[in-house]
Design a protein around this ligand. Sequence first.
Ligand code: ADP
Ligand code: MG
Length: 345
Amino acid sequence: MTHSIRQLDAHMINQIAAGEVIEGPFSVVKELMENAIDARATIIQVEIQQGGKRCIVVTDNGTGIPGDEIEIAFKSHTTSKLRTIDDLQHLHTLGFRGEALASIAAVSRVEITTKQQSRISGYRAIFESGQMTSMEETGCPDGTRIIVRDLFYQTPARLKFMKSDGAESARISELITRLALSRPDIAFQYINNNNITLTTRGENGLSPAVLSIFPEEIGRNMFETAQKTYFLENYRLSISGLLCQPHASRGNRQYQFYYVNGRSVRSEVLTQGLEQAYEGALMVNRFPLCVLYIDITPELLDVNVHPSKVAIKFQYPQWIVESLGDYVKQALQTQTTMVHSEPSR
Ligand code: ADP
Ligand code: MG
C-alpha cells in the first residue's frame, strides 16, 4: 500500500531523529552531563532508577537557563554554543549540535528546574511529547536539574531493545567514570538505585580522582607524567596524564582513557601511539592502562564525525602517533630510572 507524499510533523521528525542521538539511557546521561559541564558546573550529581529506564536525574550547579529560553532550549537545533560554521573549528564546549534536549524530550517525559545564579527564583517546566505543557516560577538552588522519566514510552520498538537494568547501569557507570576522569576538577556523584556508586571530590590534580574511581590495585600501579608539548609548523600538541608500569598491563583495554581537547574519545591513532611505545615491554595480548589528556590545535581535529561525537578524525595522524609514542617512551624511561634510583634497604 502506498500513500501520497507528505511532510512529517515536527514531533515525528524529532522522534525519528532522536534515534540517532538517544540510543538508550546512557545517551541521556551523557548528554545531560555534558550540558552540565558546558554550563561550568563544579558539582554534578547523577541519579538513576532501574538502569535509567524508569528515571534519570542530573543535577548541576552551573549557569542555569533564563526563564524565557527554556522552551527554546528544547527545540531541535537550538544551541547557545555555536553561532557560525567557523565556530566548529575552535569549539570549547562538548555540545554544539543543539539536538540533545529536543531529542530527549521527544522520547520521554521531562521535568526541568533551573535557576540562574543572578536570580532570586528559578523555573520549573514540564515537557510531554516534546511540547512544554507547563512552566512556573519556583524557589530552587542555582543551576539545573533535569528529570527524565519513562524513556521510549511512546516507541515500543525502542523499548524492546533496552537491555536489563544491570546491563544499562553498567554502561552508565562506564560513561560516568569516563566523564569524571575528563574533569578531575569537578565533583561528581553517581547514585544507582539509591546506592552511592561513584564519588569524586573535584580536587586539584589527577591522582585523587583516579584513586577514587579505579580499584585500588589498579590506581596503585599508575603514575602521573609531566606535560610535554610537540610542534608541527604552527600546530601544537600537548600531552599529559597517567600511565602504568608494564607489569600492571591487562588482558583488555578497559582501562584506557583518552581525552582530546576535553572530550572523551576512542581513536585507533591514539591506541596505536600508546601501544607501540609499550611494545617489547608487554607480552602479546596484554594492554597498557592510561588516562591521557591531549590538547591539540582545534583545526587539526574533526569532532563532527558522528552524532555521539565519540569518534574523531585527526589531520596528520602519523605525527600524533609518533609524538604520543615519544611521550610514552620518555615517561616509561624516567619512571624506570626513578624506581631504580630509589635507595635500597
Ligand atoms: P547543545 O548542548 O548542543 O547546545 P542541547 O540540546 O544539549 O544542545 O542544549 C540546548 C541549550 O540549552 C544549550 O546550548 C544551553 O544553552 C542550554 N542548556 C542545556 N542544558 C543546560 C544546563 N544544564 N545548564 C545550563 N544551560 C543548559
Ligand atoms: Mg548538549
